[in-house]
Design a protein. Structure first.
Length: 337
């Protein structure tokens, strides 16, 4: 899920924690739990530090990797409990156990909700490095946010946060079940209408009756929109020649490699530029109108030397072009030298 959802859920879990008699009875514990659930709801995404230290390419590949793994659940929980205890040293051993439990739940729900969307996580590490993705809720779900906002409003009016958020999270649980079965129905419908061999992925949108569909065969990739029972073709892409030396050289680039290690249904486009070629790799699972913002871009000379590259989410072409232009110029200067 996106950061705003994780933050919102952190506050929601702090309200739910009031069903715990120890939290409801202790002012200091309830304060500690509030801090713990908000931080715990975001802790697995603290791997953002990879982007700062190692760059966006490394972050693109490893985000939602080890930081969401089974050992990390306990690492984040223990670390946050210890840090919070430094500022709430009056908590008893029993209260620390309660604090640990609520932080652990926050971390676990973060990972669980991330599994429910198209990006997925490597939550089963160290047992497997497979990306787990159930594809039935979007990265931002308005209904989940609405329920939390409703809960916060009722909390202010009724001052019974435990019961309020118990009902809120019970409703969210039922909603997730409905979305899961809706995604299975969408998959069945897509398979029936396409009736072809190949791989099909169903991607949720913020609209309940609208799903994005990506179909991949040996020869092409196709993007569809399933609206109610109407399947509409959006784009068809003939697969690029896998033997192309241009594409093969681009795949050797580190940023492109990071992107390909965490992508599915990738289309490649080769464009001529004055200095040689620009090769763009798009993940067709993530479509915004007629644009695929999750991509890797590589520029190289005609003899195959990499000039520059970048990867990440680019909703405007100028964002990645501005990064590549400066790198390309520096690369040409090195060649001329």
């Amino acid at each position: 899920m996106d950061t705003s959802t994780h933050i919102t859920m952190g506050f929601g879990l702090a309200g739910l924690a009031f069903i715990d008699p120890a939290v409801a009875a202790g002012t200091e514990l309830s304060s500690a739990v509030l801090i713990g659930t908000v931080l715990g709801s975001n802790a697995p995404d603290f791997d953002y530090g990879i982007k700062i230290v190692k760059g966006n390419g490394m972050y693109t590949e490893h985000h939602r990797g080890l930081s969401h793994s089974i050992p990390a659940w306990f690492m984040w929980t223990g670390l946050l409990t210890a840090i919070i205890y430094l500022f709430h040293s009056n908590l008893s051993t029993l209260e620390l156990i309660h604090l640990f439990g609520w932080i652990f739940l926050a971390v676990l729900l973060h990972v669980g909700f991330d599994i429910c969307n198209a990006y997925g996580t490597q939550a089963a590490r160290p047992f497997t490095k497979k990306w787990l993705s159930l594809n039935f809720i979007s990265l931002f779900d308005p209904f989940i946010i609405f329920l939390h906002l409703l809960g916060f409003a009722l909390w202010g009016l009724l001052d019974s946060p435990g019961i309020i958020f118990l009902l809120i999270y019970s409703t969210i649980g039922l909603y997730l079940l409905e979305r899961f079965f809706s995604s299975r129905r969408a998959m069945t419908m897509a398979k029936k209408k396409l009736s072809e061999n190949g791989s099909i992925t169903v991607i949720p949108t913020i609209l309940w009756s609208v799903w994005h569909i990506v179909s991949e065969t040996d020869s092409c990739l196709r993007s569809f929109e399933l609206r109610s029972k109407d399947l509409k073709l959006i784009h068809t892409f003939e697969k690029s020649d896998p033997e192309s030396s241009i594409i093969a050289n681009a795949k050797k680039d580190q940023n492109v490699g990071h992107f390909l290690n965490n992508s599915k249904h990738v289309q490649t486009v080769v464009l001529p530029i004055p200095s040689g070629y620009e090769i763009r790799f798009f993940d067709l699972r993530f479509r915004t109108k007629n644009h695929y913002p999750y991509m890797a871009v590589c520029q190289m000379t005609k003899d195959g030397m990499i000039l520059s590259s970048c990867t990440g989410w680019f909703h405007q072409a100028d964002k990645f072009k501005s990064k590549l232009i400066s790198d390309e110029n520096s690369g040409k200067n090195q060649l001329e030298a």
